[in-house]
Design a protein around this ligand. Structure first.
Ligand SMILES: *[C@@H]1O[C@H](CO)[C@@H](O)[C@H](O)[C@H]1NC(C)=O
Ligand SMILES: *[C@@H]1O[C@H](CO)[C@@H](O)[C@H](O)[C@H]1NC(C)=O
Ligand SMILES: *[C@@H]1O[C@H](CO)[C@@H](O)[C@H](O)[C@H]1NC(C)=O
Ligand SMILES: *[C@@H]1O[C@H](CO)[C@@H](O)[C@H](O)[C@H]1NC(C)=O
Ligand SMILES: *[C@@H]1O[C@H](CO)[C@@H](O)[C@H](O)[C@H]1NC(C)=O
Ligand SMILES: *[C@@H]1O[C@H](CO)[C@@H](O)[C@H](O)[C@H]1NC(C)=O
Ligand SMILES: *[C@@H]1O[C@H](CO)[C@@H](O)[C@H](O)[C@H]1NC(C)=O
Ligand SMILES: *[C@@H]1O[C@H](CO)[C@@H](O)[C@H](O)[C@H]1NC(C)=O
Ligand SMILES: *[C@@H]1O[C@H](CO)[C@@H](O)[C@H](O)[C@H]1NC(C)=O
Length: 623
C-alpha cells in the first residue's frame, strides 16, 4: 500500500509555493499508508501556466524500496499504488513501480498508455505525468481496489487534488471530496486547457472485448455519459477517437435457462448431496483458480532470505493476516492460504468483537420485527453478560469453531487467533480521531459500521491464547486478506433471495452484474483507505481477474441455488469447494453480515437504517 497525492494548479501566481497545499493532516494520513519512505517533488512550467506537485509515501512490499514519485531520464513522473499479480512480466525481486515506469516511458501515444493499463492484472491506482506531451494521466483498476479521491477548487487558482486519502472532514469547506469513479482512465492535456478558469478532462471508459459484446450490452453507438457530478468549471469529455482501455475480465454470462429446476427436495439437503462427479470437476476448477489467486497474494512478500548457514532460523511472525469471522468466505481463504504459505510461518486470524450492551426487553421486542435474516443466528439473551462473556458475539463464536476446523486440517500450522475486543469508549475515540476521515466521502450508517469494524480488525491489536495463557498480541502482517466479493458474485445476501423469488434467474443475474459494477464505490475504496491506514495492504482474492472471469462465465445456477435453504443455497459453489477442502461446519454457516456478527451495529443507535446518513461520522472534532 502506498499513499499518493498530486496537486495540479493552473495559472499559479508567482511566489505561491505548492508545497504548502498538502495540509499537515493529509500528509500524515498519506504517511500512515506508506511509512517507509516519503518524498515530494514539484514541477513548474510557467510558459504553459501550470504547476504540479507530487507527494509519494511508500510501504515497502517487494523488490528494493523504491522512493516515489519515480522519475525517468525524460522527466516523466510516476506515482503508483498497486500490485502487479499478472499480465506484465515481473520477477519476485523486481520493483513493480520501476517496471511500470519503464513501460510507460516507452509509450509515445495515448493508445500505448491505454494498452499498458489494459494488460496489468492486480489492484492499482496511478498518477502519471508525461513530460513531452504535458499530459497528466490517472485512474483506478477496473474494480477500484485502490482508493483515489479528487477535489476541484476554483478559489484563488484552479486546482485539482488527487489523493489516496483526504484530510479531515471539517476542513473541506465548499469543495467536497469524491471518489474518482473507477470507470476508466483520465487525461488532462496541460498544453490545451490551461486558461486558468476551466479544466477539461478526457475520459477513456473501460470497454469489453470483443467489441460486439459492447454493442449488444451497452449500445456503444450512443453517447456514453459521465455520470458523476463535477463542478461547472470542470468538463469531462470522451475523446472522439474511440480509444479505450480493455476490461481485464470476461463479461457476465447472462444466459438463463428456463428449464433449470432445483435437483433436490429442500427438506433433507446437505452440501455433499450436490457433489456429483460432474459437479466435482467444476468445483475443483473453481478451487484451482481461487487457489492461484491466493497464492499470488501471499507469496512475493519480503520474507527474510534465509542464508544457508542459518537455515534453521524460522520466522515466527506472520506475514499474512485474514479478516476472520469463521464464515465460509474467510475459512476458504484460510484453508487456501495454508496451502501456499511456508509451513513454519504462522497465519494471523483477525477476529473483532464489539462489547455487547444490556438491552431492555422492550427494545428487543421492537427490533426483531424488521430483521434481515443475515442479522441474527444466535439467541439474543443478555442475562449472562459480564466482563468476559460480553465479547462472545456471533462472529467470535463461529471464529473459534472455525479455528478448530483449521487446526484439524493442518495441526502443524501455527494459527494465531487474535481476539480483538472493542469497547464503546474506544470505538468513539478512534472514530473521532481517524476512522471518520478515512470513510469519507462515504457517509452512511453501514459505511460507519463496516469502516469501524474493519479498521479495528485490520489494526490487529488484541490477545492470543497460547498454551492456555492469554497474551497481548499485535499482528505485524502487512498483507490482510479479505473475503469481499464472494457474496456479490455468488449470491450470498438475503436480497438475492428476494430478487430470485420476485424475478427469477433473469433478475438475479442482472442484480449480480450490477453489484459487481458498483463494488468500487460501495466498498473497495473505503476498505482500502481503512486498512491502508495501518500501513498494511488489503488484498481481495475473490476479486482477482481470473476468479471473476471464471465465475462470470458460469451460468448463474452453477453459483447458487436459491430454492435451497439458507446456509446451503446461497454461495453453493463456494460451500462445495469448502467441503472439498476438508471444512465441515463452517461450510454451511448462513451469511451473517459483519456489522451484525461483530455486534457493532448494536452498540449505538438501534433505530437507524443502514442507508441513513450517519451523524457520528460528521460530528465536528470540537465536541
Ligand atoms: C517499513 O515501515 C514499517 C513501519 O514503520 C517498519 O516496521 C518496517 O521495518 C519498514 N520496512 C523497511 C524495509 O524499512
Ligand atoms: C529497484 O529500484 C532501485 C531504485 O530505483 C534500483 O536501485 C534497483 O536496482 C531496482 N531493483 C531491481 C531488482 O530492479
Ligand atoms: C479543452 O480543449 C478541448 C480540445 O481542444 C476543447 O474542445 C475544449 O473546449 C476545451 N475546454 C476548455 C474548458 O477550455
Ligand atoms: C483525441 O485523441 C487524438 C489522438 O491522440 C488527438 O489527436 C485528439 O486531439 C484528441 N481529441 C480531443 C478532443 O482531445
Ligand atoms: C422475534 O423473535 C422470536 C425468537 O426468534 C420469535 O419467536 C418471534 O416470533 C419474533 N417476533 C417477531 C415479531 O418476528
Ligand atoms: C437484559 O438486561 C436488562 C438491563 O439489565 C434487563 O432489564 C433485561 O430484563 C435483561 N433481559 C433479559 C432477557 O435478561
Ligand atoms: C460470567 O458469566 C459466565 C456465564 O454466566 C460465568 O460462567 C462466569 O463465571 C462469569 N464471569 C465473571 C467474571 O463474572
Ligand atoms: C475478549 O473477549 C473474550 C470473549 O470472546 C474473552 O474470553 C477475553 O478474555 C477477552 N479479552 C480481553 C482482553 O478482554
Ligand atoms: C453461459 O452459460 C451457458 C450455459 O452453461 C453456456 O452454454 C454458454 O456457453 C455460456 N456463455 C458464455 C459466454 O460463457
Amino acid at each position: 500500500m502506498c499513499g499518493i497525492c498530486c496537486i495540479l494548479v493552473l495559472a499559479p501566481q508567482e511566489g505561491v509555493s505548492t508545497h504548502d497545499i498538502v495540509g499537515k493532516d493529509m500528509f500524515e494520513s498519506l504517511q500512515r499508508r506508506g511509512p517507509n519512505c516519503s518524498q515530494q517533488l514539484s514541477k513548474e512550467v510557467p510558459e504553459l501556466g501550470y504547476n504540479i506537485f507530487l507527494s509519494g509515501h511508500v510501504l515497502h512490499m517487494r523488490g528494493c524500496l523504491n522512493p516515489q514519485p519515480l522519475q525517468d531520464t525524460q522527466g516523466n513522473l510516476l506515482l503508483w499504488n498497486g500490485e502487479i499479480f499478472g499480465g506484465i512480466e515481473i520477477g519476485p525481486e523486481a520493483n513493480d513501480t520501476l517496471i511500470i515506469l519503464q513501460h510507460l516511458s516507452s509509450c509515445k501515444n495515448e493508445e500505448s498508455i491505454l494498452s499498458v493499463f489494459s494488460t496489468i492484472q492486480g489492484p492499482w491506482t496511478f498518477i502519471y505525468y508525461q513530460a513531452f506531451s504535458h499530459c497528466l494521466w490517472f485512474g483506478r483498476d477496473f474494480f477500484g481496489r485502490r482508493s483515489l479521491l479528487w477535489q476541484f477548487k476554483n478559489a484563488e487558482n484552479l486546482c485539482l487534488t488527487l489523493t489516496s486519502v483526504s484530510q479531515s472532514v471539517s476542513k473541506c469547506g465548499n469543495f467536497p471530496w469524491q471518489e474518482v469513479p473507477a470507470c476508466g482512465l483520465y487525461k488532462i492535456d496541460l498544453q490545451k486547457n490551461t486558461s486558468g478558469n476551466a479544466l477539461a478532462i478526457s475520459w477513456y471508459p473501460w470497454k469489453y472485448r470483443p467489441i460486439e459484446y459492447e454493442f449488444k450490452t451497452f449500445h456503444l453507438g450512443e453517447e456514453v455519459q459521465f455520470i458523476e457530478e463535477v463542478p461547472s468549471f470542470v468538463s469531462v469529455f470522451l475523446n472522439g477517437s474511440k480509444l479505450f482501455p480493455i476490461v481485464p475480465i470476461t463479461p457476465m454470462n447472462y444466459s438463463v435457462c428456463e428449464t433449470h429446476t432445483s435437483s433436490c427436495e429442500a427438506s433433507s439437503v446437505n452440501v455433499e448431496s450436490f457433489l456429483s462427479d460432474e459437479k466435482k470437476i467444476l468445483v475443483h476448477k473453481f478451487i484451482n483458480v481461487l487457489s492461484e489467486s491466493v497464492r499470488r497474494r501471499v507469496l512475493f512478500l519480503p520474507r527474510c532470505q534465509i542464508p544457508t548457514s542459518s537455515q534453521f532460523t524460522i520466522s515466527t511472525k506472520a506475514k499474512v493476516a485474514i479478516l476472520f469471522s469463521g464464515g465460509v468466505d474467510s475459512m476458504v481463504l484460510a484453508a487456501l492460504a495454508d496451502h501456499h504459505i511456508p509451513q513454519d510461518e504462522p497465519i494471523d486470524l483477525l477476529n473483532v468483537a464489539f462489547k455487547q450492551q444490556k438491552t431492555s426487553t422492550k427494545q428487543k421486542k421492537k427490533s426483531n420485527a424488521s430483521r434481515a435474516p443475515e442479522e441474527e443466528t444466535v439467541q439474543d439473551d443478555n442475562s449472562s453478560l459480564n466482563e468476559t462473556t460480553s465479547f462472545n458475539v456471533p462472529d467470535r463464536i463461529t471464529g473459534l469453531s472455525g479455528l478448530k476446523e483449521l487446526q484439524i486440517i493442518n495441526p502443524a500450522r501455527k494459527w494465531n487467533f487474535i481476539e480483538i475486543n472493542i469497547t464503546l469508549e474506544e470505538l468513539k475515540e478512534m472514530r473521532q480521531q481517524r476512522i471518520r476521515n478515512l470513510v469519507q466521502p462515504l457517509d452512511t450508517v453501514l459505511d460507519d459500521s463496516i469502516g469501524c469494524a474493519v479498521w479495528f480488525a485490520a489494526r490487529g491489536i488484541g490477545t492470543r491464547t497460547s498454551n492456555g495463557e492469554i497474551q497481548p498480541y499485535t499482528s505485524s502482517a502487512k498483507v490482510v486478506l479479505t473475503g469481499i466479493g464472494a457474496d456479490e458474485q455468488l449470491a450470498g445476501y438475503s436480497r438475492h433471495r428476494v430478487c430470485y423469488q420476485t424475478s427469477g434467474f433473469e433478475g438475479l443475474v442482472k442484480e449480480l452484474g450490477m453489484e459487481l459494477g458498483r463494488i468500487s464505490s460501495r466498498n473497495l475504496g473505503r476498505d482500502d483507505r481503512v486498512i491502508g491506514d495501518h500501513g498494511k495492504e488489503a488484498r481481495f482474492p475473490f476479486l482477482d481477474e481470473a476468479v471473476v472471469s471464471f465465475l462470470n462465465a458460469l451460468p448463474v445456477w452453477e453459483k447458487a441455488d436459491l430454492t435451497l435453504p439458507r446456509g446451503i443455497g446461497e454461495k453453493l459453489l463456494l460451500r462445495m469447494a469448502a467441503k472439498e477442502l476438508g471444512l465441515t461446519a463452517s461450510a454451511v454457516l448462513p451469511k451473517r453480515a459483519m456489522q451484525f456478527g461483530s455486534r457493532i451495529a448494536k452498540m449505538e443507535n438501534h433505530k437507524e437504517k443502514a442507508s441513513d446518513k450517519c451523524n457520528r461520522l460528521l460530528q465536528s472534532s470540537i465536541d
